[in-house]
Design a binder for this molecule. Structure first.
Ligand code: DGJ
Length: 723
């Protein structure tokens, strides 16, 4: 609900309030973001209550929490935007011009954003226009709130209202001003095969921290999801604010802890390499930034965002639809396969109950290794003599759906496409572009390049019975020919993704970028699941999946059981532990199932059966993290159904220890008055005991031992006690 009292606007979510107000000089000020407040008059104006010798009347904007601050006038902290106008200066102080409130969620031009049209969505949007007529610039800010979430989705559009061009040099989407308090930042850096590692650091006054990525996609090295938590916040308690950017290009969350202790956090497109010329009358739209508030710790934020993304971000027809249990041939064969080998894998997989066969890289052009063929989207008939039609029919006859891998944005210099159109690769004229994995990037800012890609992929997707696509992207972006290129590229990517996903509504698309190099809310708008990491080792995955779950639903986390020793790090783990970890995601296999011995094969059959039972929980359930692999020798989590009738529990002790007891684990989210039965062991447990005394898993005396429970509510506690 959004209410306006004079010039104070109160946005209410489920149990949170966000309040903005127009100051006496027309500045848009921030009043509150946190626990829900009543609808009434507030004590405006607001200031940080700092004495300033230079502003005896108390109106230095720097000392006032603001909604979209400008740098350079009476505020000398980093601003939400910067520009240079035709006079050569970039000074502005935008003042309130107008506001309107509409039912439904805001849309963002050319970019993905939260869904929620009309009244029935429970969403309402506040639009506020600000302007500085002297500078010739205006901003339209959008704030969407939903009655069932504790989030505010913000976006900004900057318009040139002058007669001359304006050069934008930065445009952030949101600004969050927080009062002086001891807080920590939690953020998710990483690298290829090691994504979303969780880091926590204290924000001390005087520090400026840029949680950013400028490698092209949203990045292996830093995810566009950041939390600011009070010092003692943990999984269950404490005030936590989060910012998530719905964007798949270079991003920045700039945290400025001023020397006076106040905190300003800006989130948006990374200004590095960014510039945008606005001709008179033109505007620039910045991506959506979702602010979330929870007083229930990190777990509260994660569950809030999980529900929001499942219900209002991921494609609605796919988000809650059962995902098929798949087998992918990449780690089974790499490039070395032919039709018969693939059918052989599919046949055996079908016997185990697996439902979808995915043919990975290497099926097209001359793609017999990763040096050639990207861009040539025609079947390699030496490998697949009956083409996509024949192969998909053979796979379907084995009782499995068929899906395939594409990497539409890329080209190898050794390809027909590159030989025909060398100028289609991103490059700076006169310079040889840098290759990465022997590939170059197609310039999808150009209409003809996008048209080629869309047609080529449409031809592929209509050539057989294709029901799933894995959309990969395997290199960082270099050689950008002009400032602002990365944003134009990202807009081009969204156009292609929009066209292809809309043209094939029955295909399930999975995102991928060398594993988890583009795991962001922008991609989730098109692809309800993403290959989380090229690291498929169960132990490495504990951290990767734990970190990812902080900002994203587990129903988006693609997780496969692969061979042991693991291909990325050589670790030997049991089949049991590999599956135990992968169960908390979109479950599948990526190994040569034809080479498993009888005992392993039987185990896989049981795992597949269990994963099918678990599927609704992964799609709908709430995740509770119980032990952190970043802080301990253990990793434990639970997925709890909305009615707390079913609970999946997993605990892994990473290294075996002697002479040390294992800690009890207190379960969360369950019904303390219920009795549960673990359907895997037949043991019965009282909810209050699991929650308040705890559970002691019986690990095996070896490294990487895991314990799994599938608890189902059986009977009311009262009746059980009276038995
Ligand atoms: C990177 C992906 O993450 C892998 O799963 C696989 O698809 C390879 N690319 C294929 O080149």
């Amino acid at each position: 609900m959004i209410t306006v009292d004079n010039k104070t606007i109160h946005l209410q979510g489920r149990d949170m309030s966000y309040i903005v107000t127009v100051g006496e000089h027309g500045d848009l000020l921030h009043y509150h973001f946190g626990r829900k407040l009543g609808i009434r008059e507030f004590h405006v104006p607001v200031t940080w209550n700092i004495w300033s010798a230079y502003a005896p009347e108390g109106y230095t904007l720097e000392n006032v929490p603001q909604e979209y601050p400008s740098y350079g006038y009476t505020d000398l902290k980093p601003g939400a935007y910067s520009f240079i106008n035709s006079d050569g200066n970039g000074i502005a102080q935008m003042k309130f011009r107008s506001l309107r409130i509409e039912k439904g969620a805001a849309s963002v031009e050319g970019m993905p954003c939260l869904r929620g049209a009309g009244e029935e969505s429970g969403a309402e949007t506040l639009y506020i226009s600000l302007e500085d007529t002297k500078a010739g610039i205006m901003a339209e800010l959008a704030y969407t709130v939903f009655d069932r979430y504790n989030v505010v989705a913000r976006s900004a559009v900057i318009r040139n209202i002058s007669e001359k061009p304006i050069r934008l040099t930065s445009v952030y989407s949101s600004c969050l001003e927080l009062d002086r308090k001891e807080r920590d930042l939690v953020y998710f850096p990483g690298s290829w095969a090691n994504e979303r590692q969780m880091e926590r650091c204290a924000v001390k006054r005087g520090l400026r921290i840029d949680i950013a990525n400028e490698r092209g996609g949203s990045g292996h090295n830093m995810n566009p999801f950041v939390m600011a938590a009070e010092k003692d916040a943990n999984e269950k308690s404490g005030e936590v604010y989060s910012l998530s950017l719905v964007y798949s290009g270079n991003h920045s969350t700039l945290v400025n802890c001023a020397s006076d202790g106040s905190l300003r956090i800006l989130q948006g497109i990374n200004p590095c390499g960014f510039e945008w010329i606005l001709e008179p009358g033109e505007s620039f739209a910045a991506p959506q930034s979702i602010l979330c508030y929870s007083d229930k710790g990190f777990g509260g934020v994660s569950r809030e965002l999980s529900r929001l993304y499942r219900e209002n971000l991921c494609p609605s027809s796919k988000s809650f639809a059962e995902r098929p249990i798949l087998i992918n041939n990449w780690e089974a064969t790499y490039f070395d396969f032919d039709e018969d080998k693939l059918v052989e894998i599919a046949r055996k997989a079908g016997e185990a109950g697996i439902e979808l066969f995915v043919m990975d890289d290497g099926w097209f052009g001359e793609r017999n290794d990763d040096r050639r063929g990207l861009g040539d989207w025609t079947v390699n008939k030496n490998k697949l003599p009956s083409g996509l039609k024949g192969l998909s029919e053979r796979i379907n006859r084995e009782g499995l759906k068929f899906g395939l891998w594409i990497e539409p944005e890329m080209v190898n210099p050794d390809s027909e496409l590159y030989r025909a159109h060398p100028d289609w690769a991103v490059h700076v004229p006169g310079r040889t572009p840098a290759e990465s994995r022997q590939q170059l990037i197609l310039d999808i800012t150009r209409d003809e390049v996008r048209e080629y890609i869309i047609k080529a992929i449409k031809d592929v997707l209509t050539a057989g019975n294709i029901e799933y696509v894995k959309w990969d992207m395997n290199r960082p972006m270099s050689d950008m020919p002009y400032p602002g290129y990365n944003h134009r590229y990202t807009l081009g990517l969204y156009k292609i993704a929009e066209d292809l996903t809309a043209s094939f509504p029955n295909i399930l698309f999975e995102g991928c970028a060398g594993g988890g190099g583009r795991f962001d809310a922008g991609m989730l708008y098109y692809f309800p699941q993403i290959w989380t990491s090229d690291n498929s080792d169960a132990v490495a995955r504990l951290k990767i999946q734990y970190g990812t779950s902080m900002g994203y639903p587990i129903s988006a986390v693609s997780a496969h059981v692969t061979a042991s020793p693991n291909h990325q790090n050589g670790r030997v783990t049991s089949l049991k532990t590999r599956a135990a970890v992968a169960f908390a995601g979109v479950f599948g296999y990526e190994l040569d199932i034809t080479k498993m011995d009888e005992r392993e094969f039987e185990e896989i059959k049981e795992q597949v059966k269990f994963a099918k039972k678990l599927r609704p929980l992964v799609l709908n359930g709430d995740l509770y993290r119980l032990q952190s692999p970043f802080e301990s020798n253990y990793c434990s989590w639970e997925i709890v159904s909305p009615d707390a009738d079913e609970i999946f529990f997993m605990s892994c002790r990473i290294l075996s220890e002697t002479g040390m007891t294992d800690p009890m684990i207190r379960l969360d989210g369950l019904d303390e008055n219920a009795v549960y039965i673990d359907e895997l062991s037949g043991e019965r447990y009282h909810g209050d005991e699991l929650a308040n005394r705890g559970y002691l898993p019986k690990y095996e005396q070896k490294d990487f031992s895991s314990v799994v429970m599938y608890l189902k509510r059986v009977i009311d506690d009262k009746s059980e006690r009276s038995l």
